[in-house]
Design a protein around this ligand. Structure first.
Ligand SMILES: Nc1ncnc2c1ncn2[C@@H]1O[C@H](COP(=O)(O)OP(=O)(O)OP(=O)(O)O)[C@@H](O)[C@H]1O
Ligand SMILES: [Mg+2]
Length: 320
């Protein structure tokens, strides 16, 4: 057994409209497999079908077509749920419970004895770095970032072999993101398989071995992160930030360059050129207006290109 998750032609049509007569295809024939111990990235823009896929796998909704298995059990066999973990996109907990009570309750659902429940709850809350002072506070008093941590603790309480995380970094501040990133990376060392949904490329790029990119319900790309990077075209828009310059004056100085966008900023301007080759010319023109260089940055990454490019896919809703 090498494939921990196997997805074969998974399709989901939602019935929409007042009479539920119109169909929207949210997921269209998805096939892929995830290997044991892998951190697998599942990327896609808003509305691409990531959450739909996870909900299908978690048996919260039912497929229109196709099948999938987790740990060699068909997804209809929910007995395997004892061996997996799941962090929903918008975790909602009974919010009069405290963090500790919630986790002990989860432990009870998994059949742990009282003492083990207590130990596990504490260990998990510590692991997701929830401040110990908050362990006995009611969840309704928690911030979004704190709830996200409780959600993660809940997803890991049964030491799952596979964990499904739907946007685990959402709502976290920069330090929180880094901590959660480290936590996910640490799952690799204990051999947990991670299915990580995100629309944030940077998180996927640092954490994942392989990734799938979903575009409007269809699998657009699948492969190792390095290989996906190579698929991008290589030419990128660049951003030049300057100070002490008048945006108006620069507008005319840069008029001969094609594909240039100038935005006035407090105390300067931001110049966007469509190709790296135009940076020198743009800088020269900006300097001739007395501008001082603040920074030059590449906009986006090769992976980002795959993410937003619409590989010529067609129409996804059908009127029924
Ligand atoms: N219950 C529903 N009824 C009808 N359409 C739905 C339903 N749930 C999702 N959709 C549609 O299915 C498509 C995919 O949605 P999904 O939530 O899976 O996207 P996502 O990739 O998770 O996006 P996000 O990054 O915003 O979370 C969207 O077009 C959405 O409008
Ligand atoms: Mg989603």
């Amino acid at each position: 057994m090498s494939h921990v998750i196997e997805i074969d032609g998974l399709t989901k049509d939602y019935q929409v409209g007042f009479w539920r007569k119109r169909q929207v295809r949210a997921l269209d024939g998805l096939s892929l497999s995830v290997e044991r111990g892998e951190i697998f990235g599942f990327l896609g823009a808003n509305g691409a079908g990531k959450t739909t896929t996870i909900k299908l796998l978690m048996r919260l909704i039912y497929p229109s077509e196709g099948r999938a298995s987790i740990l060699d059990h068909d997804i209809s066999d929910v007995s395997m749920h004892a061996r997996i973990g799941y962090l929903p996109e918008h975790p909602y907990f009974y919010d009069y419970l405290t963090a500790r009570e919630l986790l002990e309750y989860c432990g009870e659902l998994f059949g742990y004895r009282r003492r083990e429940r207590r130990e596990r709850a504490a260990a998990m809350l510590a692991r997701v770095r929830l401040d110990e002072k908050s362990w006995d506070k009611q969840l309704r008093k928690f911030s979004k970032g704190m709830l996200q941590r409780v959600g993660l603790a809940q997803a890991l309480v049964n030491n799952p072999e596979v964990v499904f995380l739907d946007e685990p970094m959402s709502g976290l501040d920069p330090i929180g993101r880094r901590e959660v990133r480290d936590l996910i990376a640490s799952l690799r060392t204990v051999g947990t398989t991670v299915f990580l949904c995100s629309h944030i490329l940077a998180d996927i790029e640092v954490l994942c071995d392989r990734a799938a990119i979903l575009q409007r319900g269809r699998l657009a790309h699948l492969g190792r992160i390095e290989d996906l990077r190579q698929l991008g075209s290589g030419d990128h828009s660049m951003e030049i930030v300057v100070a002490d310059a008048d945006a108006r004056r620069m507008e005319s100085a840069l008029a001969t360059l094609e594909g240039v966008h100038i935005t006035a900023t407090p105390g300067g301007a931001r110049i966007e050129v469509s190709s790296e080759g135009d940076v020198d010319a743009a800088l020269r023109a900006a300097r001739s207006c007395g501008a001082r260089l603040v920074s030059v940055n590449r906009i986006g990454s090769a992976l980002e290109e795959l993410f937003v490019n619409d590989g010529g896919v067609g129409k996804y809703s059908s009127d029924g």
